[in-house]
Write a protein that binds this ligand. Structure first.
Ligand code: NDP
Length: 607
């Protein structure tokens, strides 16, 4: 990757906060719509072909009817890190069940051109130290991350038992045998002593419910099922030569679009970037990793030290050194610096929030100034500016996205917050104008606000026939985000109700993996057939979560609509539970480490 620009100098213009707030509000109000999440289409029936796997051929196999110690749903980071730790703990028969054709999860599916991690590779890529892999870049590209997943799979022998292109249809607890019964769409019916669930938050693609979407006669696909057969090129960056004479539209300008637009811009005869809400796009500053430097820092325990340092810098900690130095830690550093300008006696919660708001205004003014400094057409530049607080939407970082709009073959089609009006046989319509295209690429994201059961594709059935959808009817209730009362020997691997560290999701997963391996080992070593969180322990954890500050950073109703705030609609009382440990991520990881090491696993009942 070439770095084509540097951060602009900090803006010197005085900030008129009231005017900015009014602008933010007007831009949000313009986008609010009554259908919220229902504006999106579920990919079923006539639309189910959008889910087809373009990457790996389907292979017939015999159904499984055996028994394993541990079965894991999902072959992404969560399944891989948990599987690896279980193998290290001596559990040899871990079976990962995965709907894709290989390991990788999000990195299996998302092979669009330019895909790369947005959090630094040194902390984002799991088990680097264990596998001895040195990331090639500060922000590695997708093929390297997928290879790391495959490396973990090979190193820990996870391929031997894995079932790919397989989806769970039923997962229920067999009370008499104290084990889980697992049924799949491939006719499998096998059992497991323990199960893990790592289905990921963003794995079900969705399409915008634009009238006429099914009438388009050209070619179309979702970014998570990139059709290199149509575009030419490959995920490693080979040019998409088949697009040279094509008119291409990409609908959506979120984190995915920001990464693939520069590549499409280089390849397509004509590219229309169809925007409803601009992303905030800050400097990427990617660099190759120098092997000599890496050797000097990669001393035993290095990745854990980096993980802890990032979290301490990012999530309310006070680390003096910032090893990672990226957009995320920059944001936190600025907020802290602003707060430190307050005399200690004035650091009340209200003043601290105001200081946070000031630093946010400054940051966003810089990001908007960056647009002006790069985009030569002032009208396009104006439309590419994000008018909301930075964490209202997923912050993006790129050094070639805004530059793409300076190319003569690229047109920004801004919909003024309203979205595409209609899709026709020949193209799409915005503000009454029809744009004829050969191909429409949907960078329209993934289901987030929908029910767990819908996204997972099954309802977990626990003790006494209790369904997970019933247990969570009023919101998610767990201990540590991992254990659910009524569902023995089952472990959820995800951030919510634990550290809830969104800027580096893998850190949440690796800690959960370690914990689960320790619990399972303890159960096996002591001949326990069942492990279950007690109702009291779960209730106490939920009460602790509710005593915290709530959802302050992400998903405020003041924000422009998006999946961070349930598309601007009241998410109901259940959303109060979508929070993390009140004292923050660093404190949570310390707490969890002590809990795990104590060997008592307080709150869990072993039988
Ligand atoms: P998003 O949900 O962020 O973006 C969807 C886009 O589609 C938005 O720009 C949305 O506009 C637009 N859209 C929806 N409906 C319409 C419509 N009717 N007309 C026009 N535009 C429409 O999906 P992404 O795939 O970009 O990203 C999802 C998440 O995946 C990210 O937030 C991030 O967490 C993760 N991700 C991570 C990456 C990484 O770490 N490297 C890279 C890419 C993604 P609007 O904003 O107005 O709703």
């Amino acid at each position: 990757m070439t770095i084509t620009d540097q951060p602009p100098p900090p803006t010197k213009r005085a900030i008129d906060k009231q005017a900015l707030l009014a602008k933010y509000r007007a831009e949000r109000d313009k986008r609010l719509r009554p259908d919220g999440n229902d504006q999106y289409l579920q990919l079923k029936g006539q639309l189910s072909h959008y889910l087809d796997d373009p990457y790996t051929p389907f292979v017939e196999r015999e159904p499984k009817t055996d028994h394993v110690t541990f079965a894991f749903v999902g072959g992404g980071f969560a399944g891989l890190v948990t599987g690896a730790r279980l193998v290290e703990a001596g559990v040899r028969d871990v079976r990962i069940v995965e709907k894709g054709g290989d390991f990788g999860g999000t990195w299996y599916w998302n092979r669009y051109p330019g895909a790369q991690c947005d959090t630094a590779s040194m902390i984002y890529m799991p088990l680097l130290e264990e596998t001895g892999h040195m990331p090639s870049e500060k922000y590695a590209h997708a093929p390297e991350i997928l290879e790391q997943c495959q490396r973990i799979g090979r190193q820990y022998g996870l391929y031997e038992n894995a079932l790919f292109h397989t989806e769970i249809t039923n997962l229920s607890w067999d009370e008499a045998q104290s084990r889980w019964v697992i049924e799949t769409n491939r006719g499998d019916r096998f059992t497991a002593d323990h199960i893990g669930l790592g289905t990921g938050p963003l794995h079900v693609p969705k399409l915008p419910g634009i009238p006429g979407i099914e009438t388009f006669k050209g070619h179309s696909f979702h970014t998570s099922r990139w059709d290199y057969g149509y575009t030419g090129g490959d995920p490693k960056g080979a040019p998409m030569e088949k697009l040279a004479d094509k008119r291409v539209a990409i609908i959506g300008t979120g984190a995915t679009s920001v990464q693939c637009v520069p590549h499409l811009a280089r390849a397509a005869g004509r590219l229309y970037v169809v925007q409803r809400t601009p992303s905030s796009v800050d400097v990427r500053a990617n660099v190759p990793i120098d092997p000599d430097w890496f050797k000097s820092i990669a001393t035993p325990g290095w990745q854990q030290r980096w993980l802890e340092n990032f979290t301490a810098n990012q999530a309310g900690g006070t680390a003096e050194e910032d090893l990672v130095q990226d957009g995320w830690t920059d944001l936190s550093r600025r907020i802290r610096a602003k707060i430190m300008t307050l005399p200690p006696e004035q650091r009340s919660p209200l003043n601290m929030l105001a200081a946070y708001e000031d630093s946010d205004f400054e940051k966003m003014e810089e990001i908007r100034a960056r647009v002006d400094s790069i985009v030569t057409d002032p009208e396009a530049a104006e439309k590419l500016k994000a008018w909301y607080r930075q964490l209202c939407k997923r912050p993006c970082f790129h050094d070639a996205y805004l530059q793409a709009f300076n190319r003569p073959n690229v047109t920004l089609v801004d919909t003024d917050g309203q979205g595409v009006e209609r899709i026709t046989e020949k193209g799409f319509v915005v503000a009454g104008v029809e744009y004829e295209v050969d191909c429409i690429i949907y960078a329209s994201g993934f289901e987030v606000g929908t029910e767990y059961k819908r996204r997972a594709g099954f309802d977990l059935v626990g003790r006494g026939g209790l369904k997970l959808s019933e247990a969570w009817a009023e919101g998610m209730k767990t201990k540590h985000g991992v254990h659910v009362h009524g569902f023995p020997n089952a472990y959820f691997v995800q951030p919510t109700q634990g550290a809830n560290l969104i800027s580096n999701v893998p850190h949440n997963l690796t800690e959960a993996g370690k914990t689960i391996a320790a619990i399972v080992k303890h159960a096996l070593d002591n001949g326990h057939k069942e492990v279950e969180v007690t109702r009291e322990a779960q209730d106490a954890w939920v009460e602790l979560l509710l005593s915290g500050p709530g959802r302050t950073m992400l998903g405020s109703p003041d924000c422009t609509p998006g999946y961070y705030n349930n598309e601007g609609q009241d998410p109901g009382p259940a959303a109060r539970l979508n929070v993390g440990y009140p004292a923050g991520a660093t404190a949570y990881f310390k707490y969890l480490d002590a809990w795990r090491r104590s060997g008592n696993f307080e709150g869990l009942a072993f039988r």
